[in-house]
Design a binder for this molecule. Structure first.
Ligand code: PDD
Length: 285
């Protein structure tokens, strides 16, 4: 994974240099995106670019590149890095000023960086060999604009680390009212009595593209009732199944939360159906 894109050029990662005065570096002042790609076919490409543009607009970075331009960059990055099952990472910061000053600088071009990284099993993943995730839970201490996919990820990083240090692979987050928001780098679904539920899309969660695709696939399939609603900690603990979703994990089953087993502690049959449906339809998005 050595060829990256920086400000209009492709180059080996060792040659990619940015100023230490870049506001992405100094302030985490930027927006990023992660798009799953299989041999140049991207999953949810339009929705990923739309979300990135929403983020840029929300923080006042003016960069009006068309979807076609982004598509060409993503495809070229994929090709130059051996194709296959990849995540394409896009990153736009407010650019490099001549000094460190909080206000937006004038006349400064945004810095645009992109790279590719391996995602093990996007193509033909065998659901029979997937292991259940063990999760920790904690109070969501991040900011109140979690719908923005900001490069300032310290809140998420610290939450992820809490779970990691407890021997878990993700950390579930609950707000002050004991309501589920999301996980440190994923969205969350629960199942109880064959009803699937996920948190409401508001400022407390990232509008995950995997979440959006999965909701659409499940509703079109129609086998299960699907709800977007407030979910409490007690409901998560007593759920029959819990899943986490993200571009790299797709639809991943959770078998343990803190010292509890979720449901039977085994992979759920509704998860299997949902993950199969996702795998079947994901390239249509
Ligand atoms: N994480 N919530 C948070 C806080 C996330 O960081 C992510 C993605 C998601 C899922 O979004 P999507 O389905 O669009 O990937 C939800 C990415 C992959 C990351 O930071 O690496």
């Amino acid at each position: 994974m050595s060829i990256v894109f920086l400000n209009g050029e492709y180059m080996p990662v060792e040659q990619a240099k940015i100023s230490p005065l870049d506001r992405g570096f100094l302030f985490g002042d930027g927006i990023y995106e992660v798009i799953p790609s299989c041999n140049e076919k991207m999953i949810g490409f339009k929705w990923h670019i739309d979300r990135m543009n929403d983020g840029l607009k929300a923080i006042g970075i003016d960069l009006n590149w068309k979807h076609d331009k982004w598509q060409s960059i993503c495809e070229q990055l994929s090709e130059k890095n051996g194709s296959g099952s990849l995540g394409i990472y896009l990153h736009i910061s407010r650019g490099a000023d001549t000094k460190r000053f909080h206000a937006f600088p004038e006349g400064v071009e945004p810095t645009v960086f992109a790279m590719a990284f391996k995602i093990p099993q996007l193509e033909g993943s065998d659901l029979n060999h997937i292991k259940g995730y063990a999760l920790a839970s904690t109070l969501d201490l991040r900011w109140k604009r979690c719908q923005i996919k900001s490069t300032a990820l310290l809140g998420n990083v610290l939450h992820f680390q809490e779970g990691y240090e407890a021997g878990c692979q993700e950390t579930l987050l609950f707000n002050d009212n004991g309501e589920l928001t999301e996980a440190s780098s994923s969205n969350v679904f629960i199942v109880k009595n064959e009803v699937i539920a996920t948190s409401i899309q508001d400022n407390q969660i990232l509008p995950g593209i995997t979440r959006r695709i999965l909701l659409d696939v499940l509703r079109k399939d129609g086998s299960f009732k699907v709800e977007e609603r407030i979910i409490t900690l007690d409901e998560v603990k007593s759920a029959d199944e819990v899943w986490i979703t993200s571009s790299s994990k797709e639809v991943a089953p959770v078998t343990h939360l803190d010292d509890l087993e979720i449901g039977s502690g085994q992979l759920g049959h509704i998860w299997f159906k949902a993950a199969s449906l996702y795998a079947q339809h994901k390239f249509n998005y």
